[in-house]
Ligand binder design. Structure first.
Ligand code: CP
Length: 308
């Protein structure tokens, strides 16, 4: 079984371009599998995977569970709201107890940035990061880049703008790292208060005017305002944000070209994106979700080669 250069998928930071290309080629094969009448392969029979979600999720949790089941893995699901975490158990104790039941791999979402890196120093099982606070969301970035490759033929040379709450977004950092590694040009766009101060160190363009950003790009990835991570007000009102940074059909129609619209979900319709744009032919939002299963199958399959 071929593999990746790392034991875990902790972030895009820890993988190289060859890893990403291997994931994409493997995902191409799995995408063909999941579009067949029989969507299952026996690749991970005898592998047990625990999905540990310490934070809410719809897409990522369902997508990982489907990916695991389509690879014939045994799956256990854990969510912190119904667990003994509320009784004061530490992260390491919780995970070590689950692993002692002969679990081989861990998929984890955690609100604390770096939780996966910390955990990887204390346990032997393979760890896949399903989102850690405001830090990274590597499988989202991989499925986003895979979807751009599918839609536009290649990622290299493409111009991609990430719009919105860059400051609180794990999707933004993982996307920037992944897209740059594949040779794309990346811009971030949003109000000054939602662009991190360190952004210059990432080698991305910064634009505060959405119309100029849209005129520049081939692809616009619209992010949700992460109100649950904002302890202070970063802009006067959602209505004002929407007027300046919301993507609607009127804005799209002003462009003299067609661009591809993406969103990692969950969408706040009428805030960062209007319903007519989200549901339009320009949008690949549901293709991103579909591709997520194939990409996660590829990551699981390639890391499972190192179980043992
Ligand atoms: N894109 C994403 O991570 O969505 P969920 O929070 O629903 O998993």
């Amino acid at each position: 079984m071929s593999s990746l250069s790392t034991r875990h998928l902790l972030g895009i930071k820890q993988i190289n371009e060859a890893d990403i290309q291997r994931i994409f080629e493997t995902a191409d094969n799995f995408k063909a599998v999941i579009n067949r009448p029989i969507k299952k392969v026996p690749s991970l029979r005898d592998i047990t995977i625990a999905n540990l979600f310490f934070e809410n999720s719809t897409r990522t949790r369902v997508s990982f569970e489907l990916a695991e089941k389509r690879l014939s893995a045994d799956v256990v699901n854990f969510s912190s709201s119904s667990s003994s975490v509320s009784k004061g158990e530490t992260l390491i104790d919780t995970v070590k107890n689950i692993l002692s039941m002969k679990v081989d791999m861990v998929v984890m979402r955690h609100p604390k940035p770096g939780a996966h890196i910390f955990l990887s120093k204390h346990i032997d099982a393979q760890i896949i990061n399903a989102g850690d606070g405001t830090h990274e969301h590597p499988t989202q970035a991989l499925l986003d880049a895979f979807s751009i490759r599918e839609k536009l033929g290649d990622v290299a040379g493409k111009k991609i703008v990430i719009v919105g709450d860059i400051l609180h977004s794990r999707v933004a950092l993982s996307n920037i790292l992944c897209l740059q590694r594949l040779g794309a040009e990346v811009m971030v766009c949003g109000p000054t208060t939602l662009i991190p101060k360190y952004i210059d160190q990432l080698g991305v363009k910064v634009e505060h005017n959405l119309d100029k950003a849209l005129a520049w790009c081939d692809v616009a990835n619209m992010l949700r305002i992460q109100l649950e991570r904002q302890d202070i007000k970063y802009f006067p009102s959602l209505r004002e944000y929407s007027v300046q940074y919301g993507l609607d059909m009127e804005r799209l129609n002003r462009l003299d070209k067609q661009i591809t619209i993406m969103h990692p979900g969950p969408i706040n319709r009428g805030v960062e994106i209007s319903s007519d744009v989200a549901d339009s032919e320009h949008s690949i939002i549901l293709q991103q979700v579909e591709n997520g299963v194939a990409v996660r199958m590829a990551v699981l399959y390639l890391l499972a080669g190192q179980v043992g």
